[in-house]
Write a protein that binds this ligand. Structure first.
Ligand SMILES: [Fe+2]
Length: 136
């Protein structure tokens, strides 16, 4: 269930849009790693990259919001903090498996969690930022 970038997700700020595309790539990489037992030892690295880049991206987005005196800054920042907690919970779920293999159902369940984790925020919160940045 590969995540695919689509034009409707565009925010209108090049740095933010590039970050969002890269986060989609990282989530797809995590899913591929989960589904490929031979790549199992890459899993901690892919998860760490996703976590690290999420922090980088949220900081960038928050500084852009501050720069334009975005009226929903506080609410949006709280959403980012919740997303970091959710990401940590998903990571724990993955790590709890230890060295065990993931079943098809488990992979799909985790991929679904990641899909909602990112896309819900992009659609509900970041598109409001698009309106502030571009007027659209
Ligand atoms: Fe955001």
């Amino acid at each position: 269930m590969t995540l695919i970038w689509r034009k409707q997700l565009e925010i209108g700020d090049e740095a933010i849009d590039t970050d969002h595309k890269y986060l989609i790539c990282l989530i797809n990489t995590v899913e591929l790693t989960l589904r490929t037992p031979q790549n199992r030892e890459l899993l901690p690295t892919t998860l760490a990259q996703l976590e690290e880049y999420t922090h980088t991206h949220f900081e960038r987005e928050e500084s852009i919001m501050l720069a334009i005196r975005y009226s929903r800054y506080d609410q949006h920042k709280i959403q980012h903090q919740l997303l970091l907690k959710e990401l940590a919970a998903i990571q724990k779920k993955i790590e709890a498996k230890g060295d065990g293999e993931f079943t098809e159902e488990e992979c799909t369940a985790i991929a679904t969690l990641f899909r909602h984790w990112l896309l819900d925020h992009l659609v509900k919160e970041d598109t409001q930022l698009r309106a502030a940045l571009t007027g659209k």
